[in-house]
Design a protein around this ligand. Structure first.
Ligand code: GLU
Ligand code: MG
Length: 636
């Protein structure tokens, strides 16, 4: 989850004093990088996935499952036995926000050949096995997006009571600071977000109203005024960064061949974010309740919202410089490629001085405004030992601001003095229960980038419409019920004049270019309306040399995506909802008890370890179908 510096973290008051210094030098660091590598091209395609995991412990006797706060120890051993012993070790491990979390990636990035798609799942399995082997009896490594009873009494092992005092990190009524990763970055981020904001973060998620759910559903917090005021009727109230950043996701990072290809991919994939997020929906439960949303996005967004009341528009501007319309964790606010320019219809708050400085240094308007927008934010953590840096050879100040802008897409300049190229990161996906599903989503997105680049596809629509899609995507059952703005003609050519890599001047008016479509139409196509992304991927695959085994894997992956989009298979969120609804203990009151949570997570763990089948989620013996057809077979 971003830059990890070592040292003595500064308080918010101290960090604030250095905010301009960090921004000023962050920009100088960016300029050094930009000037050094702006013309770099012919980098080869490389890509990698990131999977976030939770450590859980089952108490079979009392039918209870808890999050184990041993992420730091497990991580230490994984790194010691892995990357520190062997630079070619097949896996890499990193800390994550929760003390019960770790993050795993492949040891080396994947390359551009088709056969690499056949190694993704193997690598994910290796990761699962490797980390699982370090766990104690009755413990397991889970890929669940949100732990249903996160923040309920005794949800951690060992148990800790939250201590809502000013001197702590979260000051949460529910989420103890002990559940935050012990690296000082994480508690400092938590405390400084709260101090900068001037109050605790507020997360209100609509409750799912079942037959016996009280209506209105109102929680009272007699001893806490702040919670009483912040919590909304008919909502599940949460008050800590951990409720958001303590969730897990699945991300993919691509290295593009040049800066302009990276900018083109950034824009194109931004439009895909809400679609794939809805398809990956996996987080229907919060703080022991059934909610009315299926995705974590808005929860994390609120959980790190450090904007002051002035910045949120609740008070006149006095001490702050801007009104800011979104949290630091939110969808992107501007396209970066020239063809995206005319679709930039969201008001963009920028640091004008930084913008002018970047223009003067020869950076174009679109990139300059992107960076000047990221830099309206303050640094949230700063380490005393890391204030004065060598701007020509370090980039910590740039990364400080960049890595705490958690947007749907991230545009990543190369680190100084490295052989890494320009990269983009795709960040909206929820993590799935099995390595098979996670591989399927990753391979789908990577293949999509291949067809976007090979066929010069154009998915752009006004960015405000992408934002509307993000809202729809999080709703319950959005995958089947949501309607999403999507571009009708995605083949450049028609009205478009292509003038180089990713640069298009469109002839048509934007209003006519897009329409509302279901995810089924977008993914599987509909005669006379839209060709469908999977049919496009299939025609691409038909023209590629792919060995039989890889082809079989890819077909199985695309089948999963296809069936999730059509509703033939459930999303993880829908499957979890049904599991709880059918649980003998469930009283149709939207409450998830310890025992129900235990049954659910036990089942998830069995599915993940292939101890049982789950045809509603994965298809009938889905993974065992072996390829035996001809090269032109397509998923059905
Ligand atoms: N766990 C966060 C999420 O679910 C992402 C943290 C990160 O950027 O690594 O989106
Ligand atoms: Mg992460």
């Amino acid at each position: 989850m971003g830059l990890l510096s070592q040292g003595s973290p500064l308080s918010w008051e101290e960090t604030k004093r250095h905010a301009d210094h960090v921004r000023r030098h962050g920009i100088l660091q960016f300029l050094h990088i930009y000037h050094a590598v702006k013309d770099r091209h012919k980098d080869v395609l490389k890509w990698g996935d990131e999977v976030e995991y939770m450590l859980v412990s089952f108490d079979h006797e009392n039918k209870k499952v808890q999050l184990v706060l041993s992420g730091e120890e497990v991580l230490e051993t994984l790194q010691e036995k892995g990357e520190r012993t062997n630079p070619n070790h097949p896996t890499l491990w990193r800390p994550e926000y929760g003390s019960y979390m770790i993050e795993g990636t492949p040891g080396q990035p994947y390359g551009g050949t088709m056969s690499e798609f056949n190694t993704v799942e193997d690598n994910m399995r290796k990761r699962r096995k490797e980390a699982t082997s370090l766990l104690k009896e009755n413990q397991a490594l889970c890929t669940i997006t949100s732990f249903p009873r996160l923040g309920c009494p005794g949800f951690t092992l060992p148990e800790f009571k939250p201590n809502p005092v000013e001197g702590g990190a979260s000051k949460s009524l529910f989420f103890p600071d002990e559940a935050i990763n012990r690296h000082p970055r994480f508690s400092t981020l938590t405390r400084n977000i709260r101090h900068r904001r001037g109050e605790k973060v507020v997360i209100n998620v609509p409750i799912f109203k079942d037959k016996n759910t009280p209506s209105p559903f109102i929680e009272t917090f007699p001893e806490d005024d702040e919670a009483g005021k912040a919590s909304k009727p008919d909502h599940i109230y949460m008050d800590a960064m951990g409720f958001g950043m303590g969730n897990c996701c699945l991300q993919v990072t691509f290295q593009a061949c040049s800066i302009s290809e990276a900018r083109y991919l950034y824009d194109q994939l931004a439009t895909i974010c809400p679609i794939v997020m809805a398809l990956s929906a996996a987080s229907p439960f919060y703080r022991g309740y059934v909610s009315d949303i299926d995705c974590r996005w808005g929860v994390i967004s609120a959980s790190v919202d450090d904007r002051t009341r002035e910045e949120r528009g609740l008070e006149p501007l006095k001490n702050n410089n801007y009104r800011i319309s979104k949290s630091r964790y939110d969808s992107i606010d501007s396209y970066l490629s020239e063809c995206g320019e005319k679709y930039n219809d969201i008001d963009l708050t920028i640091d004008k001085e930084i913008y002018e400085q970047l223009l003067k240094e020869g950076i174009d308007h679109l990139l300059a405004q992107h960076v000047a927008h990221l830099f309206i934010r303050d640094p949230l953590t700063l380490f005393e030992e890391k204030i004065h840096l060598d701007d020509a050879n370090e980039s910590d100040h740039f990364e400080n601001i960049q890595s705490t802008n958690w947007q749907t897409m991230r545009f990543k300049p190369p680190p100084p003095n490295s052989d890494i190229g320009w990269r983009v990161e795709f960040r909206p996906m929820e993590v799935q229960l099995t390595d098979f599903e996670n591989s399927a989503y990753v391979v789908f997105v990577v293949l999509l980038t291949r067809v976007i680049l090979s066929y010069k596809l154009d998915f752009l629509i006004p960015l405000s419409k992408v934002d509307e899609n993000m809202k729809v995507a999080q709703k319950r059952d959005a995958v089947l019920q949501g309607m999403f703005y999507f571009r009708k003609d995605i083949c450049k050519g028609g009205n478009a004049v292509v003038d180089g890599c990713g640069r298009t001047q469109h002839g048509a008016e934007p209003a006519a270019e897009y329409t509302l479509m279901s995810i089924d139409t977008i993914i599987n196509g509909k005669e006379g309306v839209f060709p469908g992304l999977i049919p496009i991927l299939n025609s691409y695959l038909e023209n590629m040399e792919v060995d039989v085994d890889t082809r079989c894997s890819i077909l199985n992956y695309l089948k999963l995506i296809k069936k999730r989009a059509s509703g033939e298979l459930m999303t993880v969120a829908r499957w979890m909802r049904e599991f709880i609804a059918n649980h003998p203990d469930y009283k149709q009151d939207s409450v998830i008890t310890d025992q129900m949570n235990y049954s659910l997570i036990s089942k998830c763990n069995e599915i993940a370890n292939e101890l049982c089948e789950c045809p509603e989620l994965l298809g009938p013996a889905f993974r065992k179908v072996k390829y035996s057809g001809s090269k032109t077979d397509s998923p059905n």
